[in-house]
Design a protein around this ligand. Structure first.
Ligand code: GAL
Length: 694
């Protein structure tokens, strides 16, 4: 840097001033403005690299328009190399250097990977599997989530991090741990579980009754007799104990997380969020439980088969958005390919960018790539990255760079926009567990059921919320509960109030079979909703062959599962009847509906093929008066809206496999390329972001 026409001393002074300003100004500006509204980011592991390399990495990130890094979540050993010896200096240098490059930081608490000294000294912090084998060092998530000692140590490291970084201008938020998953079956945890049961059921008598304890001598005369069900309940156990174990697991994740939140929150600026990264439809705990204590939801979005299915992936986004019913983050996604599947094909050129916009379309405000650069050693050497082992960009880098530039361009328009939906699909972990334990047909997959409704309805309504049945429902024109197997009295009350208030409720097959203890409802299906429906399920059948069905809805084909329905109320209407099949189902009602004040309740008794689901979705849309925000969108192009106070951002992503034209009802601003458009031409994986008044 040279300042012509100035004496040497003054030159030096000026130089010093400029350097100081360069250091201080971005800090002030970044802290004051906060992060951009739409962020592209990456997981960065500075602890794995010489510090001399950081500058180059951050420069390459900056050139890719990356504005956040998530760091620290596996670096406990580097932060505390020996018990009580803390070293956060390196992390602070990394965070501050990122800040100098316009890159904000999400700090991960490192509790998914305790150091070797820790588990050696406190072996009781290691999880024990069903066979009684204690986990060992060298992988991750080897800790016991219920261990009081582990919590004490986790609280200490999280609290110390927060004390050090709670006011750092570049730190915008915290990720607790990483992808909660494993439980422990050690005797100490068994005792905690027994205490939880005591608290939950009060008396053994009550618990035994509710679990039908006289079945197979499953009657307990002392709390200490109660086992932890094997394989987290996948293989065996009374449905009541299985459900209790998963509820206990979920509560324990909540308290595990709360332990760290309580250490971090008091030490931080209120502007910082606290989140954790979940895994889509991961089933081992009830995510609605720990999510209550977080500021924001975030998930890790991977396509192990190299394909983006916009319905399946969109549903996982909408599930995550539904945790807190607000915008969320995609904390991790793959640059190209993963390493943990049988075959790990890459996403096609352009598909990563399309997927990033698909994320935003569903309410993501940030997309983070895992990971920046692969560690030279370790378990994930083959995973996709942005730069190679030599530290220079790999072929996908320019695509991500383009996405980053677009995020910068579109940020202002997307600021303070959110998703609005006319339709809610109800989702319950308890229902999924209940079916997983006793599937009756191995072909019946509750998530596939959910997606079979989601796919055609999303095309019509262009947005769907996925939420549990306990939430407020009155804003929805249509509420669909596919395979809502377990309905508690509280949920039933909410659903009945929704229908009585004019809502349209559609229950899918297997709904309302179980009660709050995973016991059979004595009314048969749909349990507490039988009186409102005025009909019920007489019997259920696993199918080995497709079954034809006919009626007011036209011709449809049932598969996998079918229930013979009956109508008792005179105003029940049969919409579909089974044709000839297994003898038991022949000519029985397959779909029935009943008007209730201004609303309706419908029971769909079978799984249907894709064409039939489209027919059914069209009927549901007509019955509930759904509208299509952007009509005439060709099949395979996903249209979504994010709403601001007085404008709408429409996002189109072409997943059809070929070029498509989308006619617009009014000219709209082309956010990514400038100008106005009346027709959008999209190449395969093409994206358009359009802004127009509300
Ligand atoms: C995630 C995990 C990351 C990384 C990634 C690889 O589940 O959070 O740390 O392992 O998978 O796909």
């Amino acid at each position: 840097m040279k300042f012509p026409h100035q004496p040497r001393a003054r030159q030096f002074l000026l130089y010093l001033l400029v350097c100081l300003a360069a250091l201080v100004l971005p800090t002030a500006v970044m802290a004051e403005n906060g992060p951009p509204p739409l962020l592209l980011g990456t997981a960065w592991y500075p602890e794995q690299w010489p510090e001399s390399r950081w500058e180059q990495d951050l420069t390459l990130m900056q050139q890719a328009h990356i504005h956040f890094v998530r760091v620290g979540e596996f670096a406990w050993n580097k932060m505390e190399p020996a018990e009580g010896q803390y070293d956060f200096d390196w992390l602070e240098r990394a965070v501050n250097l990122a800040g100098k490059h316009g890159i904000y930081v999400v700090l991960g608490t490192p509790t998914a990977t305790p150091p070797a000294w820790l588990t050696q000294k406190y072996p009781e912090t290691l999880r024990v599997d069903d066979t009684g084998r204690r986990d060992e060092h060298g992988n991750r998530a080897q800790y016991n989530w219920a261990s009081p000692k582990y919590r004490e140590l986790a609280r200490e490291i999280a609290g110390r991090m927060a004390k050090r970084f709670g006011h750092n201008p570049y730190v915008i938020g915290w990720q607790i741990d990483n992808e909660y998953s494993q439980t422990s079956s050690d005797p100490a945890t068994q005792k905690i579980f027994q205490d939880w049961l005591k608290q939950h059921y009060g008396t053994l008598d009550n618990m035994n009754q509710r679990w039908s304890g006289q079945y197979w001598s499953e009657w307990y005369s002392d709390w200490s007799q109660i086992p932890i069900p094997l394989h987290g309940g996948i293989d065996s156990g009374n449905p009541g104990i299985l459900l209790s174990w998963r509820r206990f697991t979920s509560d324990t994740w909540r308290s595990y997380q709360k332990n760290q939140i309580d250490a971090i929150r008091p030490e931080c600026d209120p502007r910082m969020f606290i989140t954790t990264n979940t895994m889509g439809f991961f089933i081992w705990y009830d995510h609605y439980v720990p999510q209550q204590d977080l500021d924001m939801s975030a998930w890790d979005d991977y396509f192990s088969n190299g394909k983006v299915d916009p319905a399946a992936n969109g549903a996982a986004h909408d599930l995550t958005r539904g945790f807190k019913q607000k915008n969320f983050w995609v904390m991790e996604t793959q640059p190209g390919f993963v390493n943990w599947s049988d075959v790990n094909p890459p996403l096609a050129p352009g598909a990563d960018r399309a997927a990033a916009w698909h994320d935003v379309a569903h309410g993501a405000d940030a997309v983070g790539y895992w990971q920046w650069r692969s560690a030279l050693n370790g378990q994930e050497q083959y995973h996709g990255t942005l730069v190679g082992p030599d530290g220079t960009p790999v072929p996908i880098y320019p695509e991500i760079q383009r996405t980053g530039a677009e995020f910068e361009r579109a940020g202002a328009v997307l600021k303070d926009t959110h998703v609005e939906s006319q339709v809610a699909i109800l989702h319950s972990y308890e229902s999924r567990w209940a079916i997983e334990w006793q599937p009756q047909s191995s072909k019946f997959d509750p998530i596939e059921q959910l997606i079979s409704y989601y796919r055609p309805l999303r095309e019509i309504a262009q947005s769907i919320d996925i939420i549990p049945a306990t939430r407020s429902l009155s804003q929805y024109k249509l509420v669909v509960a596919p395979a809502y197997n377990l309905i508690t009295a509280e949920e039933a009350q909410n659903l009945i109030a929704y229908v009585n208030g004019g809502g349209n409720l559609v229950l899918g097959p297997r709904s309302g079979m179980k009660d709050i203890d995973n016991a059979l409802q004595v009314e048969r299906q749909p349990g507490p909703l039988v009186p409102l429906l005025g009909g019920r399920v007489e019997q259920y059948y696993s199918l080995t062959q497709p079954v034809p069905a006919e009626g007011k809805l036209g011709s449809m084909t049932a598969e996998i599962w079918a229930e013979a329905l009956s109508t008792k109320a005179p105003d029940d209407e049969v919409l579909l009847t089974y044709g000839k099949s297994n003898g038991w189902l022949d000519h029985a009602p397959a779909i029935i509906t009943r008007k209730v004040s201004k609303g309706s309740i419908t029971y769909v008794g079978a799984c249907f093929d894709a064409a039939s689901m489209k027919t059914l979705a069209d009927w549901m849309a007509r019955n509930a008066g759904l509208t299509t925000p952007l009509p005439n969108v060709p099949a395979g192009v996903e249209a979504s809206q994010r709403y601001g106070a007085n404008h709408v951002v429409t996002i189109l992503v072409n997943f059809s496999g070929s070029e498509k034209d989308v006619p617009l009802p009014i000219p709209m601003d082309n956010v990514l390329e400038g100008g106005k458009m009346s027709t959008v031409h999209l190449v395969n994986y093409g994206v358009a972001v359009l802004d127009h008044p509300r």
